[in-house]
Design a protein around this ligand. Sequence first.
Ligand SMILES: Nc1ncnc2c1ncn2[C@@H]1O[C@H](COP(=O)(O)OP(=O)(O)OP(=O)(O)O)[C@@H](O)[C@H]1O
Length: 639
Amino acid sequence: MIGFLFHGLRGRRVLVLTAIGLTFVGVAGSVLAAFPLKWILDKIINDRDPGLPPLAPLLTALDGLAPGGPRPVSPGHSQFAVILASATVLLLLGAAEALVAFVRRSVAAFVGQDLEAALRTRVFDHLVRTPLAWHGRQRLGEVVQRLSGNISDIGKLVTDGLVDLLSGLLTLVGILVVMLAISWQFTVLSMCVVPPLFVIVACYTHHTKRASKQAARAAGRVAEVAASMIGAIAEVKVFTLERWAGRVFAERAEAQRRPALRAGRRQAEFSPLVILLLTVSNTVIVVVGAWVAAGHDFTLWLVTIPAGSLTVGTLTVFLAYSKLLYQPMRDLSKLMLQVSAAAAAVERVQEVLDQPREDQLPGGPARVLPGRARGEVAFAGVVFGYQPGEPVLRGVDLEVPVGTRLALVGLSGGGKSTMVKLLARLHEPWQGSITVDGVDTREHPLEFLRGNIGMVLQDSVLFEGSVRENLLLGRPGATEEEVVAAARQACLHDMIMELPGGYAAPVHEHGGNFSCGQRQRIAIARAILRDAPILVLDEPTASLDVEAEVEVMRAIERLTEGRTVIMISHRLAMLGHVDEIAVLDGGRIVERGTYRQLKARAGVFARLLAEQNRYATEPVELDLGDHASAHREGRVRTT
Ligand SMILES: Nc1ncnc2c1ncn2[C@@H]1O[C@H](COP(=O)(O)OP(=O)(O)OP(=O)(O)O)[C@@H](O)[C@H]1O
């Protein structure tokens, strides 16, 4: 963890050193603050001067102001001068400590927040470049937790650790040194409290940590269930699941309450125990100290404290210090929790950073190609699966010449979407190769490859922002005219103009304020803007009703003009307008041809078509001409 933090704090180390230096100053101020009280008490009771040479000029000057004028007998100073000098020192130390605390905390907060923001950006940047296969193995909540909660834990340790850990340790050492300088015997007596105090702190830190961890895990499960229920609030209402949802949530909330309660109880027990222990210790110091100050010897086993070796002032300082011991002890115990949370967080964050990025995957050398591909696609002997030993694709061979519109059909789960994921290099084939313009996709720079493939999927994702921002994702930097032209081609412009704000209208989370058909047309407009030579359409109309489908198909027809298109579709009756159909079965391409050829062949395609038509009230007769007009006339129905 230390290495991780040291590396993370690069560029901020001067600030860290400043904070450490200021901590020394602050601690010195708080440790020395007990002395002025000792000087006053010693002066009043024993007529003893502070005895610090640097204070002499101040005391002499103050003597002159004392009521009744300067004292005739030197070297003793007046009580007035000692009281005023002590008060001045007290004020100066307090002011210095306050100033230092302000600067130190500000620096620490800045460094902590700065580190958090930089780390979060770095981890997010890495996450979006981590291969899809890794993401497929993760739970979304887990990944988000690494990015938010875990990085906060690291930032908190830096912010608080810089201030509390260091100042706690320094205060303890400082107090010990000063106490030893005053009276080693009394120091030994005061320190008797440390071992039991340490045992209490260690025990309670351990128990509280365990209970807090359980509570944090349970809190995660509460958040998970709340997010999923509220996220599906329409389903909860439609299926009248309110009572069930309430019960599930209450169970999770109860599971969180128990460990949280345990953690709270442990914390509640901890403080009184420490207070009791310190009270006993203080009482012993008061009794023994008063006895010795009153002129009696005190002997305990081998240690003897001689009579008069302690003044009332020294006793007061000891009492003040034994109280001062309590705060750093508490800070350090609190910090132990933070250190263990941050250590776990560093491990989880490092796990993400250790994942190789997509652009670091082994592959051929990156060949620099012209900005735009021609659009020739070929699969040769491609074998791939998601689980070892369970191939989904078992040797796919398929060539798609430039400008061809090819439909990919087959049974559900046959691997059609998998093929297009491989084309975009979201996964790597186990065997065989996929080429674009005759060059293996592994040899293309990733950005070039993906920049030349446009995709419209079954359910398009919109991001929070405005409609314009969502369209511009297709081509950042496109002009307003280009955006509007793309929207017109996607049959979207009129709908957008009816929205309040037009192109500036807000898009809510996941595009929740747009219908499925509207979302698809926005995705098509994006693809038009992207203007990629290769276009993948993965069932873009699957979740639409007939009317929306007609609109989307009209937009798609314009989009596909002059491009290489791979279109995945279950609606076999609608494939008359494509140039060729390829049938995927058993992990291989088993048939290829036009709609008419495949229908006539009585093979897999004809069988699939017959299956689909079985449930139609009347057989579908496809118009192989204008597909959209077939829709408008109601001659094509969906299955
Ligand atoms: N990320 C994944 N992890 C594990 N298995 C997967 C993953 N994605 C797909 N599969 C499995 O791979 C097989 C092929 O899935 P794929 O989505 O490519 O089929 P498909 O032909 O597109 O299906 P559909 O037509 O229903 O969309 C299926 O058995 C599916 O369960």
